[in-house]
Design a protein around this ligand. Structure first.
Ligand SMILES: CC(C)(COP(=O)(O)OP(=O)(O)OC[C@H]1O[C@@H](n2cnc3c(N)ncnc32)[C@H](O)[C@@H]1OP(=O)(O)O)[C@@H](O)C(=O)NCCC(=O)NCCS
Length: 148
């Protein structure tokens, strides 16, 4: 397998990130949201690269000791090869280094791959939000406590 680099995202990566989302027929973040997030100190965006090409990304926003995973997407041709796991490991080490104690996220009830990924990393379902997505699909709220 190609060697994978995980690093902070740059402004010039935004279009690649949006293409990644399009390839999955999903829209999680808009260009303006990402631009604003990259300018703010309360967000952490990382990308996975193989041969300089972006093959995945993850975004979190955080305030004090709480963070939310706002997005994680891996290129279809690279799924089930541990890329999301590399991104989450980096998010966890960033969280430990920055005093983040709780990480929360929302996931579609139908999104079994993502739920399995989060469960593998110790996230637990703590509640549900009815009709959270487009006023149609329910969400699970999942959370992980980071041991100090
Ligand atoms: C969910 C997603 C990020 C997983 O990325 P990935 O790089 O394939 O994940 P990994 O290879 O690191 O897999 C880690 C674990 O996740 C789980 N997992 C990943 N894909 C899965 C699938 N298709 N079915 C079931 N479990 C799956 C497994 O537990 C896996 O561990 P294993 O390989 O030891 O069984 C990817 O499928 C994706 O981009 N989906 C579309 C975007 C999305 O739904 N994002 C999450 C909501 S924002």
């Amino acid at each position: 397998m190609d060697s994978i680099i995980i690093e902070k995202m740059k402004m010039e990566d935004i279009d690649n990130i949006l293409d990644l989302e399009k390839s999955h027929n999903i829209t999680i973040l808009t260009k303006n949201m990402i631009i604003n997030d990259l300018k703010s100190s309360n967000n952490y965006y990382i990308v996975a690269r193989a041969n300089k090409k972006i093959i995945g990304y993850c975004a979190i926003s955080y305030v004090m000791d709480s963070a939310d995973i706002t997005s994680i997407v891996v290129s279809k041709e690279y799924t089930r090869q541990g890329i999301a796991s590399l991104l989450l490991e980096k998010v966890l080490s960033f969280s430990r280094e920055n005093g983040i104690k709780t990480i929360t996220l929302e996931v579609r009830k139908s999104n079994i791959p993502a739920q399995s990924l989060y469960s593998k990393f110790g996230f637990r379902k703590i509640s549900e939000r009815k009709k959270y997505y487009d006023n149609i699909e329910d969400a699970y709220i999942m959370q992980k406590e980071i041991p100090i």
